[in-house]
Write a protein that binds this ligand. Structure first.
Ligand SMILES: [Zn+2]
Ligand SMILES: [Zn+2]
Length: 902
């Protein structure tokens, strides 16, 4: 539908569509802009241009139209106070990761919070009416504008004011009245400054009129009145009309502060902190001039580069000033903005990756890193995360408990970026040898397949500018990935099958045959669980014939039979294979247990990605940033078996979807979106609460045992946990314990062994820098003479410093990498690693430069290898050796201690 046509139609009858009570009461006049023709409503009879064309556009920079000043946090307090005072419920923000919609990764508007997709229809579920919500929204389309324009953010707070006109809610008159009073009474803006512009909104088959409200040329909010559906002219009124007023909190703060950019008043203490770091002497008047020009001209020029050029000349900036002030400022704003978005996204469970929504997050981390490198900044990202969260927790207290998780993920991702740099360098070099600049598509390919960001290319001067359409194109590519294809198969005229497995669940029952389609049988009622939610179907017999598959189409269940097929109208006796069902049920419940355990051991970013439950094996795919170490795998298994030992109750309750979401949060959507109004909530006491339609044991003790058989990284950000439970797990353990183990180990192909080793190596490479960093922090901070960090020990005396690792969980590759890096950072340190390898005890020793004369690595290895019954060799800083005496490890360790520490 053409928006212009709707606007024309509505504006031709403005009394009906736009004239609200407020306009009449206050004496607003309706005018057409002398420049663009748009209709607007104002109390200032002298105003003849719309807010965007008028001369006062952005004149609030340096001259705010309010007497009070509110930053981001305070601005929300004002908005909230006003709406609550006026009968609204203040609702906490919803997650920025949009778990309740199949077609969106991230929450892009406040109204999305309340939209639920049922089949092809969008329905609205409001937890209160009317309400107001400070919804953090993520949008990646304008990434190249962020930091540059003064008003674009990768995430912003949309003040959502929503109402359904019924006995509690209101419609246009009250909405516009409230918005006007919010600006004039609560924020103290002069009535004459508020201008409403006529507009329309359309999307998803519905449309309606809207009034955008501006102050000094800045659009603060847009009140949309969703009222109609269908084609214009043939349209009908919606059953449920809705007010969708969205306003930008950052802009509310900005208009009261009048700072050069909105960034200056929305990141709390970070902006000043960064300004000091960079050493910018910010000449305020000059910046005001510059950013006012940027703001005014953003819509006039097509290209941001031209807007910038124009602003530079109109503010009279020299090249030197641009280089020393503007460019660093832009970088600083970018860092603050991107970091804030990453905090919200990671805190809500999203992980950076190379697929789907994780893509944008990785891109932002790389943009931060690239900017930091280009500006040659020494920034402590952890400190910035703390500053952001300390500031944001006034409005969003839930972020407080996630700060360590956020830091962990950012650290891992930064490390990956550093690792990929040398590869990027090679690719970039090749590229700059070409005689033309790369196209946008080529840049996208470079990023998609090699992770080379345009920021990086700019940083090393391989390209001069980032094409402005790059981010929009990239964002488009990854926007629609999430859409699922729905299999269409309708069973005409059949009633819903009565699902006995959700009731008393008899293993034997009689039923009536309603329809036969080839070898598929539809019954009036069934206990056969149909394949769904990753759970495999039940088998058994129907009137003696084998049931070999069961599937659900809509709410009709089809049983696939082998052998004689009963006739329509027959009454048949049915038997479910109880053993199979019981095994599947245990495996299914185990996925809940393992999911909770993995989250507990690894971090809050763990979500179920997908799951598969058959009778003799099952798997759970979780979101996690790296391959699992042996230790993590063991800890998850232990935590899971702990839950079994505790014999926790598994309870099932039905809730209205909105109630369930409010009560338990969006964590319930582990298995994905639930397209029904009544949600089946499965709780393992307070340890795991999910919406789930599968079959579950009554007590966790019924599962007896869970064994993880294998874990592997199946895609970036997704780890597969393969496992067995119950009797199968017991059998697995017995098999492991028997001599067969070695046989099956031998059967492992060389390739498989190599691949496993490679996987571990990659993991080691990733975690060692993190260990080193954390370890050195502890090394320098503590007065302690003994420090233990995971399996790494440090002992200090006046005569020496020894770091040792004797856990069997680590191999040669680990020790060599860790030792080498530690002595590089601390040259008075000796590293001693001891481990078993091929029935041998092996040692690896590194001695730091400052001590290698006195505590020579080779002499240490020679001495200690004697104890182990072997020999060794090397030089003063690095040596290795070992021997056959595997029972002499502790003796070897004491020898090492005495040689280094005494
Ligand atoms: Zn105009
Ligand atoms: Zn379940």
């Amino acid at each position: 539908m053409d928006k212009k046509e709707i606007l024309k139609e509505f504006s031709s009858d403005s009394d009906r569509y736009y004239k609200v009570k407020l306009f009449e009461e206050q004496g607003f006049v309706r005018k057409a802009c002398s420049k663009c023709g748009r209709f607007f409503w104002t109390l200032d009879s002298g105003r003849d241009m719309c807010p965007e064309d008028a001369d006062d556009t952005y004149s609030f920079i340096g001259d705010p139209p309010t007497t009070k000043r509110f930053d981001y946090t305070e601005a929300w307090k004002q908005v909230e106070e006003f709406f609550v005072k006026n009968g609204h419920t203040s609702v906490s923000r919803y997650p920025v990761v949009c778990r309740w919609r199949d077609d969106l990764y991230f929450t892009i508007a406040s109204i999305v919070d309340f939209q639920r997709v049922m089949g092809s229809k969008v329905v609205f579920e409001f937890p209160a009416n009317p309400l107001v919500v400070p919804q953090t929204c993520l949008r990646f389309k304008d990434l190249e504008n962020v930091g540059v324009t003064g008003r674009h953010f990768s995430s912003f707070c949309m003040i959502g004011q929503h109402s359904i006109p019924d006995s509690n809610g209101y419609w246009k008159d009250e909405c516009v009245d409230l918005d006007f009073r919010l600006l004039t009474e609560q924020f103290g803006i002069k009535k004459e400054e508020v201008v409403f512009v006529e507009d329309v909104w359309e999307g998803g088959g519905s449309f309606g009129s809207s009034l955008e409200y501006f102050v000094k040329g800045l659009e603060l909010g847009n009140a949309v009145f969703t009222e109609f559906q269908g084609e214009l002219g043939k349209h009908t009124v919606l059953d449920q009309k809705i007010i969708d007023m969205g306003a930008g909190l950052e802009r509310f703060a900005w208009i009261t502060m009048g700072t050069p950019t909105a960034y200056d008043c929305c990141f709390g203490p970070i902006t000043n902190h960064l300004m000091q770091k960079i050493g910018i002497e910010s000449d305020s008047d000059m910046l005001k001039k510059y950013f006012t020009s940027i703001s005014k001209n953003l819509e006039i020029y097509d290209d941001l580069i031209d807007v910038r050029k124009h602003a530079v000349s109109s503010a009279g900036l020299t090249d030197d000033q641009v280089r020393k002030i503007i460019t660093p400022l832009e970088g600083m704003y970018l860092i603050a903005d991107h970091l804030r978005t990453l905090i919200f996204a990671i805190a809500d469970g999203a992980l950076p990756s190379n697929v789907g929504g994780g893509y944008n997050l990785r891109m932002m981390i790389r943009r931060i890193r690239g900017t930091v490198d280009r500006m040659n900044l020494k920034l402590d990202i952890d400190e910035l995360v703390d500053m952001h969260i300390d500031y944001l927790k006034n409005t969003y207290p839930e972020l407080d408990s996630k700060r360590e998780d956020v830091k962990t993920i950012l650290k891992i991702e930064s490390q990956r970026y550093v690792e990929s740099k040398s590869r990027m360098k090679k690719i970039a070099k090749k590229m700059s040898q070409k005689d033309r600049a790369p196209t946008v598509d080529e840049l996208i390919t470079l990023y998609e397949s090699d992770g080379v960001t345009p920021e990086y290319l700019k940083e090393i001067n391989a390209i001069s500018e980032i094409p402005s359409s790059f981010y929009a194109k990239l964002s488009d590519l990854h926007q629609s990935d999430k859409k699922k294809t729905v299999e269409q198969l309708s069973i005409e005229g059949l009633p819903e099958t009565e699902m006995l497995f959700y009731k008393d669940d008899p293993m034997s029952f009689d039923a009536k045959v309603l329809r036969v389609i080839d070898d598929l049988v539809v019954l009036d009622r069934t206990s056969f669980y149909a394949r769904g939610g990753g759970q495999e179907p039940d088998y058994g017999t129907i009137s003696g014939s084998k049931v070999i598959d069961v599937n659900k189409h809509g709410s009709v269940i089809l049983h696939k039979l082998e052998g004689d097929i009963p006739k329509e109208g027959d009454t048949v006796s049915c038997k479910v294979d109880e053993t199979r069902r019981s095994n599947i049920t245990k495996n299914h419940t185990s996925t809940h247990i393992l999911n909770a355990s993995a989250r507990k051991i690894l971090g809050s970013w763990v979500w179920q990605h997908s799951a598969f439950k058959d009778d003799d094996h099952a798997r759970l795919d979780i979101t996690h940033h790296s391959s699992l170490t042996k230790k993590q795998k063991q800890e998850i298994e232990d935590a899971a078996n702990d839950m079994i030992k505790q014999d926790l109750s598994v309870t099932i309750e039905y809730f209205d979807r909105g109630t369930a979401e409010q009560k338990y949060g969006f964590r319930i959507y582990q298995g994905g979106v639930v397209p029904v109004k009544s949600v089946r909530i499965v709780s393992i006491e307070d340890k795991d609460i999910e919406a789930c339609g599968g079959t579950h044991v009554k007590k966790t003790g019924d599962i007896e045992l869970i064994k993880i058989t294998r874990t592997k990284r199946i895609q970036d950000g997704v780890i597969r946990i393969e496992f067995v439970s119950g009797n199968t797990a017991q059998a697995y353990v017995n098999e492991q314990e028997s001599a067969l183990v070695e046989m099956s180990e031998m059967k492992k192909s060389k390739e498989e062994i190599n691949r496993e080793r490679e996987e571990n190596k990659e993991e080691t490479r990733r975690i060692i820098p993190l260990i080193v960093e954390d370890f050195l922090k502890k090394n320098s901070d503590a007065n302690d003479k003994k420090i233990i960090w995971n399996d790494i020990h440090l002992e200090k005396t006046d005569s020496g410093k020894l770091c040792f690792v004797s856990s069997s969980a680590y191999d040669e590759f680990f020790h060599m990498n860790l030792g080498k890096q530690l002595i590089k950072k601390d040259s008075s340190l000796v590293y001693f690693g001891i481990f078993e390898d091929n029935n041998m005890s092996r040692i690896i020793v590194y001695a730091g430069e400052n001590v290698s004369e006195e505590k020579n690595a080779r002499s240490l290895v020679t001495e200690i290898s004697k104890i182990l019954g072997g020999a060794g060799g090397g030089n003063a800083t690095f040596a290795q050796g070992g021997g056959k005496n595997r029972d002499k490890i502790s003796e070897a360790l004491s020898k090492a201690k005495s040689m280094v520490l005494e």
